[in-house]
Design a protein around this ligand. Sequence first.
Ligand code: KG4
Ligand code: ZN
Length: 401
Amino acid sequence: MAIILGIESSCDESAAALIGSDRTVLAHRLAGQEEAHKPYGGVVPEIAARAHVQVLTPLIEAALEDAGLTLDDVDAIAATAGPGLIGGVMVGLVTAKALAMAAGKPLIAVNHLEGHALSPRLADASLEFPYLLLLVSGGHCQILRVDGVGQYRRLATTIDDAAGEAFDKTAKILGLGYPGGPRVEALAKTGDPKAVPLPRPLLGSAEPHFSFAGLKSAVLRAAQSGAHRPEDIAAGFQAAVVDCLVDRLERALSVSSGSTSPEFPSPSTPPVGVAQDELQPLAEVEGRDRKGLSQGPSTSLGTNGGGMVCPSEPKPKTLVVAGGVAANGAIRTALEALAARHDMGFVAPPLWLCTDNAAMIGWAGAERFALGLTDPLDIAARPRWPLDPAAEAARGAGVKA
Ligand code: KG4
Ligand code: ZN
């Protein structure tokens, strides 16, 4: 069994984990930064990076101690190399490089999104490729066809806000504080989802994408009107998000692309390497209220129509959800029902594995290590790093992937 040390530092969670290639979580430690960012209502990159510097090394030492291991017992060191807040990403990656060099171990530069995308396979040994993935986090809202490690075809993305971002902004509007997702979910439980009429952007649209900006504005207007109870707004908002996610997935499941567009690689595309991806100038911008990141106007999304399968490709048998928003109970329940309607299996990781953590980075490292995919010590940290560079190439700068 190979043992991988995983390190995560791309946003506001510092984390270290030791993962066995047999899916054993030998140890996982996490330090959030909620208190440090609270006064600002969102993540401040400089504060985040400084906090990672302070806690990452002690976290790694504690994880090794929990597992009863030393660095000598580790087979490879995997760290998030992007996308994310560049200061924090650099702290984690440089730490991993130093440890790899000192201990003579291979380094694995993990795409944080790949960490989320493969995390369901850590939790469920029976989950096989290909699967249809809804990746919903603070910075992303995408539907991806996952054909293997490094083999992702993006079928849909958000044209404005990410789903988690919409939860966080709704929480802010309702005065619930940060991070918003769990607080909106808790408040929604006591509200009436039908009491406040809220829009469902792009519902039923022929195009494959998501949009949440209009919903957020409607939440703001509803709150400012003073005519509604906060719990009803929260419940109405969550119900609208659920409807949008289900509708867009229904569309992805029903459309067959008919052909492989040049903008979309075939599933035999080799694993995405960092060097190859460096060639993509028009990459994603991590979303959320992250200060210091520009978000320009959206342009063409360059999709193939969001079709899930080409006639020659096997149809995914499993619907999978991952990312922080996948921790939402109402969303999990709705997706499970959707999968059942389509005669598909459904996999959602346990809640602790949905939000940012180092176990998913260690697991993505284990999957890559098993394929011989390691990286040189001079590899660069990347603030932007799309999972499907071919989809990204046709996009406008400043649009979230
Ligand atoms: O994956 P994640 O931890 O970080 C990113 O990579 O962005 O996702 C964080 C996002 C936040 O926007 C947070 O509000 C949202 O996930 N989130 C939730 C829930 N728990 C976390 N959204 C809705 N319901 C939840 N229970
Ligand atoms: Zn994440």
